[in-house]
Design a binder for this molecule. Structure first.
Ligand SMILES: [Zn+2]
Length: 401
């Protein structure tokens, strides 16, 4: 079999890497050392329609990394952009919950954002594109979330085109946050981004000083966010958890994820009956702390009733604008002295904490990887997004062969 130009280039790169003291390429490489000239991307060309398009893989800059995409989760944000283009990004390559293998690196790339060495063959995730903002660093805890930063998968199309994880290859440009997560398997890596949202929410909750080992915690909403919330609490040693949802299947999963009791709101007419059911589930007590994980304004109004005087609430359900919620500030907030925190995405530190959370969750037997209920190939992406919009399953992922 004749050896082609690309293979020679890969071999030379491998020898150079080894000379530079990088890890020898003993790992099985996703690319087998062959980098094609073009890459497929799923381009959202109009509302409700991805087109598979092919673009040349560009020359890499000295600070850039070429990644062969292995998989990427479908986020609620992707589904909203797919349906209505609220961010006015079309045409755009979406997919920000992605992971893949480094197949080529610019000569200046040596370390990831946490200081771990990077080499060809390593598995990576990206977090955000650093914009020289001194307030956003890895080690300033909770100083600033990354809500305002750019992320791959939500960038306007440009002449690189390989800007999102719904593709065969992606170019990580210099100045981006990138983490070496070679010690996590593919499914865990696909779950990092949504899990980081919950690691951050629990860090926010801890700032209230109300969350303790023996706290009674209510988690309202058992979609992926609520279910991961329960898992994060369990890895912290909090076990007295009551999950609230209207879907029996999701409540069953909540139990397997570590909820002690569940309440199906469909079985209780009115907020008083529902509050009594939550109280019964805690053996006659209201919750010390609550996590609101739905996007429903009515659910936000309800959750105060489940919390005891002096208790705490973390609201993290509104990643999109769901409209105004009505509470009675006199009864719900002031008289009860509720300590309320909102939570939004994560900090870089939370992202790194999440790698350890996933290992711990798996080690104590939580079925975290079962959150991925559907896997589709890149060419099936329209179907994948429709499955997400129909709210079938939990986490939908695009997985490349
Ligand atoms: Zn997301």
């Amino acid at each position: 079999m004749a050896i082609n130009e690309n293979e020679i280039a890969a071999l030379v790169q491998q020898v150079l890497n080894e000379m530079a003291g990088n890890a020898p390429a003993t790992r099985a490489s996703a690319s087998n050392g062959v980098i094609p000239k073009t890459s497929r991307v799923a381009m959202l060309t109009e509302k409700g329609k991805f087109e598979i398009q092919e673009y040349p893989i560009p020359e890499l800059g000295d600070d850039d990394i070429l990644v062969k995409v292995e998989g990427c989760g479908v986020c609620g944000t992707d589904a909203h952009e797919f349906k209505n283009d609220p961010f006015s990004l079309i045409p755009v390559v979406l997919g920000h919950e992605g992971t893949g293998e480094i197949v080529k690196m610019g000569k200046n790339v040596k370390l990831d954002s946490a200081g771990k060495p990077l080499s060809v063959g390593d598995k990576v995730v990206t977090c955000m594109i650093f914009k020289d903002n001194p307030d956003i660093t890895m080690f300033d805890l909770n100083k600033q979330n990354v809500g305002g930063a750019d992320v791959y998968g939500l960038l306007p199309d440009d002449d690189v085109h390989l800007n999102g994880w719904f593709a065969d290859y992606m170019v990580i440009r210099g100045g981006s946050t990138v983490f070496n997560v070679s010690d996590l398997d593919l499914d865990s890596r696909i779950l990092i981004e949504p899990c980081a949202v919950l690691v951050h929410a629990v860090e926010r909750a801890k700032l209230t000083n109300i969350l303790r080992f023996n706290s009674r915690v209510v988690v309202q909403g058992c979609g992926p966010i609520g279910l991961i919330c329960i898992a994060v609490l369990r890895t912290m040693g909090i076990e007295n958890i009551v999950a609230v949802d209207g879907n029996e299947q999701r409540l069953e999963f909540a139990k397997r994820m570590g909820a002690d009791k569940t309440v199906n709101f469909m079985n209780h007419k009115g907020i008083e009956a529902l509050t009594d059911a939550v109280k019964d589930a805690f053996g006659g007590y209201l919750a010390d702390f609550a996590f609101q994980c739905t996007g429903s304004p009515v659910a936000h109004g309800n959750i105060y009733k489940f919390i005891r005087n002096g208790g705490g609430l973390c609201e993290l359900g509104f990643f999109i604008n769901g409209g105004d919620a009505t509470i009675n500030p006199h009864f719900d907030l002031c008289a009860k002295e509720i300590t309320l925190v909102g939570s939004w995405v994560y900090t870089l530190r939370d992202y790194a904490t999440t790698f350890d959370f996933l290992k711990r969750a798996i080690a104590i037997g939580l079925p975290i990887k079962e959150l991925i209920t559907h896997k589709y190939g890149l060419e099936e992406i329209n179907e994948a997004l429709k499955t997400n919009l129909e709210q079938k399953g939990l986490k939908i992922a695009i997985v490349n062969k």
